[in-house]
Design a protein around this ligand. Structure first.
Ligand SMILES: [Zn+2]
Length: 100
């Protein structure tokens, strides 16, 4: 769940997680903010965040689907926020020690 305030404070190229869609390894699907965050002065309950997922999928985060996303910092699935760090951890585990 992302709050309306959090959605309004998103910035260009920031990554958020999807609650429903999963990657093949079970981690949350990542969506990237793909443009300017739209807000309305005369209707503060509205927000529109353009999102991109994968190579071709584009979508929008609005006040109606806030419950379908969460911030990486609030991830309930306890994935590392940075996938590169996860890969490095894995390679450290999987690399055999050749110095014996
Ligand atoms: Zn997540």
């Amino acid at each position: 769940m992302i709050t309306l305030t959090q959605a309004k404070s998103l910035s260009y190229r920031q990554i958020i997680h999807g609650n429903i869609t999963k990657n093949a390894d079970g981690t949350c699907a990542r969506y990237r903010v793909n443009g300017l965050v739209h807000t309305w002065k005369r209707n503060p309950s509205r927000v529109l965040v353009p999102l991109k997922h994968g190579l071709y999928d584009c979508g929008r985060l609005t006040e109606h689907n806030l419950h379908l996303f969460h911030l990486p910092a609030d991830c309930p699935h306890d994935h590392p926020a940075d996938p590169v760090a996860k890969t490095l951890q894995l390679s450290l585990i999987l690399t055999p020690n050749t110095r014996t």
